[in-house]
Design a protein around this ligand. Structure first.
Ligand code: M6R
Length: 366
């Protein structure tokens, strides 16, 4: 049932404040303002040698974001690879390692094969899945469920932000257990996480500002998406959403890689969408943005008024995000405008957003 929405995708984008809130409530002790995992770990976090993450598509991008959090908050070394590559690499996995599989459906063939490989290598297996009865869930030692509810749209939206919510809680829980994260810092970070659903609702309330930007992007034949830190994987995700739904070629890049090749593409016609949440890397992202501006690039900024002022560049489009959406978890909220932009570009172009050509919701063959 689409409710009052034209498409399942629109409904699922708008459900995010609720389902991310519900997922967070499952993994946090809201009264105490700390993390409380709803399961026992099958390993000792203090002696964990390494975390390996494997997944496909959007779920893989959630893992890429999580790497920043697991490294920073839990002091863990993290390796991550696409499941279709990982399953055949014959990567040696260290003793006392944890492998995390991420999957909305829990049935993706390559991700399941990655799980079985990690199992053979004696890893602890934890999966972050949306479908609790799925094969991946059944074959895992620990299941961390995303409480996104059924996701019908082929493009993953609410499952992605719920995966991020689970990963954030997991990183904080492991950080605490490993003695890397102090009580005060944990409380601060939990408070930031708890604010995310409300901030997502704020971002959704400003949907109208995305439509003119979407009409502009719809004219393009190619789009570049840039971000740094956790916003880099979000740039990959934004580009994937755009490709899947509008069939416009889009590439996500780490903003710092601009000079190493993609800057050659810059011209007045190709939109360059810059994700610039207020975090430690904002200044660097702004200087990359200025490099695009100096070459007459077609800039679209997704950021706070502060980022716009710092950019001091001519913008073809600006999607304004509240200044308060800042710090390591801002990326969860910034996913909303990236999803909405892809949705509006595609609907403006008359594409079938719920059932894009050639795509299946669940990829159960390799
Ligand atoms: O069900 P899964 O999360 O394992 O699916 C993984 C990918 O197939 C999926 O994320 C795909 O990339 C989506 N179409 C992205 O919108």
């Amino acid at each position: 049932d689409k409710g009052n929405y034209r498409h399942f995708m629109a409904k699922e984008i708008h459900e995010q404040p609720e389902v991310v809130g519900r997922t967070l409530a499952h993994y946090l002790d809201l009264a105490e303002g700390v993390v409380r995992l709803p399961f026992e770990l099958t390993f000792d976090p203090r002696t964990l040698s390494r975390v390996t993450i494997s997944a496909c598509g959007t779920a893989y991008y959630a893992g890429l974001v999580a790497r920043y959090w697991l490294e920073r908050f839990a002091g863990l070394s993290v390796e991550i690879d696409i499941a279709s590559e990982f399953r055949y690499r014959e990567a040696p996995l260290p003793e006392n390692g944890l492998t995390i599989l991420v999957s909305q459906s829990g049935e993706t063939a390559d991700t399941l094969a990655a799980l079985r490989y990690a199992r053979e290598q004696g890893q602890h297996i934890l999966s972050i899945v949306n479908v609790e009865t799925s094969t991946i869930a059944r074959e895992s030692d620990t299941v961390a469920q995303t409480l996104a509810g059924p996701e019908i749209g082929v493009a993953s939206t609410k499952a992605f932000t719920c995966q991020l919510a689970v990963f954030a809680c997991l990183a904080l829980a492991l950080g605490r257990a490993r003695g890397v994260l102090g009580k005060e810092r944990e409380r601060e970070l939990v408070a930031e996480l708890v604010a995310a659903p409300g901030q997502m609702a704020q971002a959704l309330a400003h949907e109208a500002q995305i439509e003119p930007v979407a009409r502009d992007v719809a004219r393009a034949s190619s789009v570049l998406y840039l971000g740094r830190g956790p916003a880099f994987p979000l740039a990959l995700e934004g580009a994937l959403k755009l490709k899947e739904l509008s069939y416009i070629h889009a590439e996500g890049y780490a903003a710092g890689e601009l000079k190493h090749g993609p800057i050659a593409l810059i011209d007045f016609a190709m939109p360059v969408i810059v994700l610039a949440p207020p975090d430690a890397s904002l200044e660097k992202t702004v200087s990359n943005l200025q490099e695009v501006a100096a070459r007459g690039g077609h800039l679209i900024l997704i950021g706070s008024p502060c980022a716009r002022d710092a950019a001091a560049a001519e913008l073809a489009g600006f999607i304004e995000m509240p200044e308060s959406v800042a710090g390591p978890f801002a990326v969860i909220v910034y996913a909303v405008p990236a999803q909405l932009l892809a949705y509006h570009v595609a609907t403006f172009m008359g594409k079938d957003v719920d059932q894009p050509r050639n795509l299946a919701k669940s990829v159960t063959v390799e």
